[in-house]
Design a protein around this ligand. Sequence first.
Ligand code: PEP
Ligand code: MN
Length: 484
Amino acid sequence: RSNGWAKVSPLNKSLTAGRGACLPESAVGWVRYPSGVSDLPTHNLIAWPDLPAAQQPLWPDPDNLADVTAELAQVPPLVFAGECDQLMGHLGQAARGEAFVLMGGDCAETFAANTADSIRARLKTVLQMAVVLQYGSRMPVVKIGRMAGQYFKPRSKPTETKDGQTLPSYFGDGVNDQAFAEAARRIDPHRLLSAYHASSAALNLVRAFTQGGYADLHQVHAWNQDFVRESEAGIRYERIAREIDNALAFMKACGADPEEFKRVDFYASHEALVLDYERPLVRIDSRTGNPYSVSGHFLWVGERTRDAGSAHLHFASLIHNPVGVKLGPTATPEDALALAETLNPDRIPGRLTFITRMGAGRVAEALPPIVEKVEADGHPVVWVCDPMHGNTRETSGGVKTRQFEDVTAEVHGFFEVHRSLGTHPGGLHIELTGDDVTECLGGIGGPQEQDLPYRYETACDPRLNRVQSLELAFEVAQRLEELR
Ligand code: PEP
Ligand code: MN
């Protein structure tokens, strides 16, 4: 370092070597970020080369944006680099088949639903699912929320037209508002700050719940106290909860009441999409000198922004957090291998997760060649199944939904592929809510098509409700039991 300028130390050596799918040597240098802003602490001085970035908001006013990014560059981190390293260790276990990952939360978080009730309900859903999975698999379950940062959405079209009026699409609460009105859809950089503050508040509550007694294993019954209790999944859950209670009581009688049962590690993840949010929230870790994203523990690059040479991949390659990439049915084995080389050249177990979302009808044919190629090259990838995004459809009435049976079919297909290849099914990534919504169809006693309008509340994609989530957990637990 000299004169307040810091050199980038990329995780990915191919960045400076000019090798691989990333950026040319000339693009890396001594660059000040954000440009034109002085007196920044040196930990914010990172080079951001000009690379193609899809799905970025067209900010109306560059000055406003610069003020916002300058402020984001100064705010306290939401997560600590050491926590990201811990998560990387847990994910490394999952890559080896010694742990199972559960990632879940909203498709799009909203500021309006950033309430204690909503956060607690989502957390409770993930905790209940984790109990079922852990009980079935006898493996640690790594719990990650799609939470405290999932405020940015890629869209298939930049605008939306209704009754002759054309407005910008809804890009997530971090960019604009979902209501179809001119003022609501206005793209506003100040929303980046609101997203940061909302994430900060959510993470604070999640930390309080998970460290302060709410997630204590002695509370397993308490998480099942509301509408889920009477459902078939709730009744099955109650049986497991009773057995856990008995085991805890027995252990206590033996004089053991370990601290591990009183707290859980819960991590925050979101899609790294809007770079004017993510870039200022990178900090240099004072312990190691390495750059980390401090906007969440785990970030993933979406299906629409994972092209070779994209700014999103460069971003993911630079940060030392564990990262993921979504892989849809158009991904080739060569694409996957190139991604692994770019994002994890040092082959660190837990550094890279592939979140596959092929669709129930495609998983059996599309997934095996990808897994085979990557595994044959010896890359230690965590294979996670997203059974949501390849199974979205529209009803005849034009409502976006997903059929629970398609979701479970993709999950079973995913397990089948890994069984036949002898590789490890590492985890599950789902869109869920803690409430009794009617967005996805099916499951035991679940919503039918005519029920959709009753509680259709998502800001973007349809989410499993809590009963459906729990039911899915039992399906997955059964597959994990078979692997024991
Ligand atoms: C999402 O996870 O909400 C999403 C947009 O997924 P994908 O990138 O897989 O389409
Ligand atoms: Mn989604």
